[in-house]
Design a protein around this ligand. Structure first.
Ligand SMILES: NC(=O)c1ccc[n+]([C@@H]2O[C@H](COP(=O)([O-])OP(=O)(O)OC[C@H]3O[C@@H](n4cnc5c(N)ncnc54)[C@H](O)[C@@H]3O)[C@@H](O)[C@H]2O)c1
Length: 254
């Protein structure tokens, strides 16, 4: 192996919710892209899956519902790598009731607060802490994983989930505006039905009905989100900011 240092330090990405599903697929793609990838999750599984990837990975166990843990995680990234160029706010929850949605009248207020904390407040806190690291190098990529349920009405989305995912799109537009002077772009990705632990929680009836509603006739794979995120994280996407990437098999065509 050559001891010569690369001309520029490899980029560092932070992916939340990276132990499974879409987050794991994104982290896997980043590692393939040669990016040093910090994989963060509340599940201790994140260490095992990071160890299995062949490349530069760094696992952090962190519950993004806890501001103190987020602050400690970002401090650890800065201390270990001295930079963070790419932030993917992917960790999210969508509580199910008997495999289906909660109506507004059924949502316990504690659950409402949990969904807000994980799906919306955490991306705000990560941006607040990581955007200053991006400004140091006058380059950055914020990619927020929203949902088709934040774009339009969805029979399977509960109100707290839809509210946070729509809110994340509005938040991302402001991040795009505020990051632009320092070369930081911010974009939303809005997946439709993707095979993961989250959708495995749906009942077979809900999944069958949903599949029928997809023009491409199937659920997507996490890798089909990761390929778009890889592009958004690259230099090739330099003029794209404040945009929404609908990746949903044709279920929503505005
Ligand atoms: N699967 C879909 O059909 C779909 C559709 C639209 C949007 N999304 C969004 O994509 C993102 C990823 O979802 P997925 O389908 O891969 O789900 P998933 O359940 O497979 O993965 C979510 C990951 O986030 C982690 N996580 C959850 N709460 C956390 C917390 N408090 N702190 C740290 N980590 C936490 C989980 O441990 C898990 O590893 C979510 O934001 C979800 O809303 C998914």
């Amino acid at each position: 192996m050559s001891s010569a240092a690369p001309a520029t330090a490899p980029r560092v990405a932070l992916v939340t919710g990276a132990a499974s599903g879409i987050g794991l697929a994104i982290a896997t793609q980043f590692v393939r892209d040669g990016i040093t990838t910090v994989m963060l999750d509340r599940s201790a599984e994140v260490q095992r899956v990071a160890d299995e990837l062949e490349g530069r990975t760094h696992a952090i166990v962190c519950d993004v519902a806890d501001e103190a843990q987020i602050r400690a995680a970002v401090a650890e990234v800065d201390q270990r790598h001295g930079r963070c160029d790419i932030l993917v706010n992917n960790a999210g929850i969508h509580p199910k009731r008997d495999g289906g949605k909660f109506t507004i009248e059924q949502i316990p207020s504690a659950q409402w607060r949990d969904v807000l904390a994980i799906n919306l407040t955490a991306p705000f806190l990560f941006c607040q802490l990581v955007m200053p690291l991006m400004r140091r190098h006058r380059w950055g990529r914020v990619i927020n994983i929203s949902s088709r349920g934040g774009r339009t009405v969805s029979p399977v989305a509960s109100a707290h989930y839809a509210a946070t995912k729509a809110g994340l799109i509005g938040f991302t537009r402001i991040a795009a505006l505020e990051g632009a002077p320092d070369g930081i772009t911010a974009n939303s990705v809005t997946p439709g039905p993707i095979l993961s632990a989250m959708t495995a929680g749906s009942s077979p009836e809900v999944r069958a009905a949903f599949t029928r509603s997809v023009p491409l006739g199937r659920y997507g794979d996490p890798e089909e989100i990761a390929s778009a995120v890889s592009y958004l994280a690259s230099d090739a996407s330099s003029f794209i900011t404040g945009a929404i990437f609908d990746i949903n098999g044709g279920t929503y065509m505005p």
